[in-house]
Design a protein around this ligand. Structure first.
Ligand code: ATP
Ligand code: MG
Length: 178
């Protein structure tokens, strides 16, 4: 359903913690105003993420989270064919959702990393963004956002790593890191 206002392209990048969780906060806000939200998570493939559990257990019908990756480290110099195939499938789903208009907000989580690792091509991402229905807002998260996306975006936030408890030896914890 077109609502007449132009959808924004927003980028959340940088080395600090808070990009993905900020995108989910944006999703919650949009849902509060009646939007349906789709989150496509590149390079992730674990049922343990709290945001995935929350979507499935409490937000069915308004927040859909799809993972198009493996729960395994991707070697940037030598990605597995499966890593590439999954990322490309995620981008195909993203393009379909952006053009379909069913969702008021589409979050492409870690897509900047998938681009940096060469799993998907910048031209394909730009085409998906260009083909979106005018009312659809989109957020692209992940470190290493390419200059071209930063320049084309309406909003860019860079999350700066000032300090992180990981440096004090505090391991990843459910509810915080996942
Ligand atoms: P979050 O998912 O908590 O919002 P993020 O999306 O900003 O974090 P990513 O850059 O996607 O973080 O990194 C993936 C994982 O690494 C996340 O679990 C995140 O909590 C953790 N992380 C992020 N920044 C740091 C950091 N500076 N030092 C250690 N771990 C970090
Ligand atoms: Mg993230």
């Amino acid at each position: 359903m077109d609502t007449g206002r132009r959808g924004l392209v927003m980028v959340l990048t940088g080395n600090g913690k808070g990009k993905t969780t900020s995108a989910f906060g944006q999703a919650l806000r949009a849902i509060g105003h009646g939007a349906k939200v789709l989150v496509i998570q590149f390079m992730k493939g674990s049922e343990e993420y709290g945001e995935l559990k929350a979507a499935r257990q409490h937000l069915g019908g308004v927040l859909t989270v799809e993972q198009h990756g493996l729960h395994r480290f991707v070697d940037k110099a030598n990605p597995r064919p499966e890593d590439i195939d999954l990322a490309r499938r995620g981008l195909a789903k993203a393009k379909e959702a952006l053009a379909g208009g069913e969702y008021g907000l589409v979050v492409l989580d870690e897509i900047n990393v998938a681009l940096d690792f060469g799993l998907i091509g910048l031209a394909d991402v730009q085409e998906a963004l260009a083909s979106r229905r005018p009312h659809v807002d989109v957020i692209l998260t992940g470190r290493y956002a390419p200059t071209e996306l930063v320049q084309a975006a309406d909003m860019v936030s860079e999350v700066l790593d000032i300090k992180h408890h990981y440096a004090d030896g505090i391991p990843a914890r459910e509810g915080i890191e996942f």
